[in-house]
Design a protein around this ligand. Structure first.
Ligand code: CTP
Ligand code: MG
Length: 237
């Protein structure tokens, strides 16, 4: 089973607050986007990767990926959009020559340490006939829905909750349809989409969950970078 991948790396990393765009921030010496690309290629099933880069840092992302040892075959870098969703749409346009039944993984450069078995599990489950598959973990915290005034609306039923990670896997046709449907909806709805599976749900499609992994943690804040740095030394040590 072979897959194509979209690696989203066009964000600025506002919450991380680093001088560099987040994808170029080094984690134990290696930029996040380079680590994430290698996580995908190390799976042995990804034959092509389209990376979305901040337009002003396009050349730097190309250079970082090109300089990496064992540079990725079939790697292309495209300018991203102003939202994550627009960035994925730009990458999808680049994949126009791929068939609808191709397996596509959408992965965030912000999750550089995803284990290869999660990548394979997601892609393998799509290949077995699921149109949309996300890796996820149970949540440890109690989650409450809160109103704009700070009042708790309800406590959600924790055993039913999952924290969703990437890579998310799709048949290319399902992802194309979901993005096409989203582009026809109101802007405020489109802006609310923080993942691609959410677009499939909004379009009436079924999304399936497989087991994720704690190492696929998302780097959002400076604290996350500290935790990930410790993880890297624990993983190699
Ligand atoms: N992303 C993207 N294009 C955008 C915004 C985000 O490709 N216009 C990517 C990011 O590069 C990241 C992933 O989507 O890999 C998840 O986004 P997030 O973690 O929110 O990263 P940033 O948007 O860069 O961070 P922040 O929201 O703190 O600015
Ligand atoms: Mg963001």
């Amino acid at each position: 089973m072979r897959a194509v991948a979209i690696l989203t790396a066009a964000g600025s990393g506002t919450r991380l607050g680093h001088a560099l765009p987040k994808a170029l921030v080094p984690l134990a010496g290696i930029p996040l986007v380079v680590r994430a690309a290698h996580a995908l290629t190390s799976s042995g099933i990804v034959r092509r990767i389209v990376v979305t880069a901040p337009p002003e840092a396009l050349d730097d992302v190309v250079a970082a990926l090109g300089a990496a040892p064992g540079a990725v075959p079939g790697l292309e870098v495209v300018p991203g959009g102003t939202t994550r969703q627009a960035s994925v749409a730009a990458a999808l346009a680049r994949l126009a020559d791929e068939p609808d039944d191709a397996v596509v993984l959408v992965h965030d450069a912000a999750r550089p340490l995803v284990p290869v078995r999660v990548v394979r599990r997601v892609a393998g489950t799509v290949a077995m006939g699921r149109d949309a598959v996300v890796p996820a973990l149970p949540v440890a915290d109690t989650i409450k829905q809160v109103g704009p005034d700070g009042a708790v609306v309800r406590t959600l039923e924790r055993p039913a909750l999952r924290a969703v990670q990437t890579p998310q896997g799709f048949t290319l046709g399902a992802l194309r349809s979901a993005h096409a449907a989203a582009s026809h909806r109101a802007d405020d709805e489109a802006l609310a989409a923080t993942d691609d599976a959410g677009l499939v749900e909004a379009a009436g499609g079924q999304v399936w969950v497989v087991e994720g992994h704690e190492d696929a943690m998302k780097i959002t804040t400076p604290r996350d970078l500290v935790v990930a740095t410790a993880l890297v030394s624990a993983l190699v040590g």
